[in-house]
Design a protein around this ligand. Structure first.
Ligand code: ADP
Ligand code: MG
Length: 369
């Protein structure tokens, strides 16, 4: 008897969904990115019980057209990308059309949406586990979209237990991620709140629309943090890395795009007393897309440590690169970014950071003595 059989469709859906949505951070990332892609200028992220009971994201973006209700939560249905060739010119956060379908598979999920022309009436959409539309009903709603994710992983007992056990740490990570979106999104008012069972709703932080990144940092971390920051404005050409064994480099990759890198943002002054004890206030972006860049973070911290050995810097660093110089489509959760010839980038980055710190007057301003 043959032992190799295809996995049934429903199980495949669950396996794949579990790679897109791995924790509450993924939920928040996908929903906030969808709101930004929908052109929202106001986004409220509401947690119940730190996200264990529910995560709800409300925006004032364009809303969803009735023609899209049937397909919105089906896997690989997206309004943002139709062919792989479009990927390098992508202007949106989303492109895989997997987030909503994955959330249907892993949580109790619904949407309330209204376009400007729908007036004060909106539509509530409920879905089956597969992402198929189950039913619609008319509800009162302002223009925009609310996406509600309740009881994440309710049908994956091992993951649910793991989430419950680590929820404090997970919630801390979620807030760090939200800080990054809130600081970089200068045209957007972003708020986060949490409500514990039987408790009152508490606003965790809030930014205003039309603020600079510096003002956003002040809204979230306080004016004292901002006054200890130095503007980051680095610009350099990446020298192709020396051909080390096995290393990828620009020419070997046949890369023909621009090698110019700009890094814009803010960093703590390299002076003892101006840094921080922890590295949790460090945010990295590639062309304004928040992402984890562990090697870049390491380079920043190493150079900073040579000036202030006891502390770590606050970092807000947006790497502006040619869109062909990196790949965001590395993992289903889109958190990993592959930078071409990272070695060359890191070498040039360290050199220009040293230059910045050396040129900076390291005496503490009088106002802070
Ligand atoms: P992707 O973002 O990769 O397209 P998603 O599953 O996240 O895939 O979303 C599917 C589609 O649903 C999007 O392409 C978009 O058209 C629509 N959508 C999702 N969230 C919103 C929102 N908050 N406002 C308006 N449309 C949305
Ligand atoms: Mg999306």
């Amino acid at each position: 008897m043959a032992t190799i059989k295809p996995i049934e469709g429903r199980s495949i859906h669950q396996i794949q969904s579990g790679q897109v949505i791995v924790d509450i951070c993924s939920v928040v990332k996908e929903l906030v990115e969808n709101s930004l892609d929908a052109g929202a200028s106001s986004i409220d992220v509401r947690f119940k019980n730190h996200g264990l009971d529910s995560v709800e994201v409300q925006d004032n973006g364009g809303g969803i057209s009735p023609e899209d209700y049937e397909t919105i939560a089906l896997k690989h249905y997206t309004s943002k990308l139709s062919s792989y060739d479009d990927l390098s010119s992508l202007q949106t956060f989303g492109f895989r059309g997997e987030a909503l379908s994955s959330l249907c598979a892993l949580s109790q999920f619904h949407i309330i949406t209204a376009r400007a022309i729908d007036g004060p009436k909106g539509t509530r959409l409920d879905f089956e586990v597969s992402g198929k539309l189950k039913g619609t009903s008319v509800v009162a709603s302002q223009k925009g979209t609310i996406i509600a994710v309740e009881k994440l992983f309710h049908n994956l007992p091992v993951r649910r237990r793991e989430l419950e056990k680590n929820i404090k740490r997970e919630y801390g990570k979620v807030l760090n991620l939200l800080h990054a979106y809130a600081c970089i999104s200068t045209g957007v008012r972003l708020t986060a709140s949490n409500q514990m069972p039987k408790g009152k709703k508490i606003t965790v932080f809030s930014t205003t629309s039309n603020s600079t990144t510096r003002e956003n940092i002040a809204s979230i971390f306080g004016p004292k943090t901002v006054s200890a920051l130095l503007p980051l404005d680095l610009k350099f050409e990446m020298n192709p890395s020396r051909p080390t064994q096995g290393a990828r480099n620009w020419s070997a990759q046949g890369y023909s795009g621009s090698k110019e890198v700009k890094i814009l943002g803010h960093i703590s002054r390299p002076v003892v007393g101006e840094g921080r004890q922890t590295t949790d206030r460090q945010m990295f972006f590639v062309n304004s897309r928040p992402c984890a860049l562990p090697q870049v973070a390491k380079a920043f911290n190493e150079v900073y440590k040579s000036y202030n050995i006891t502390q770590s810097p606050f970092i807000f660093a947006d790497l502006r690169l040619d869109t062909n110089a990196y790949d965001v489509n590395v993992s289903p959760d889109k958190r990993t970014i592959l930078l071409h010839d990272q070695t060359a980038l890191l070498e040039s980055l360290k050199a220009s950071l040293v230059e910045l710190f050396e040129s900076h007057d390291q005496s503490v301003p009088e106002s802070q003595l």
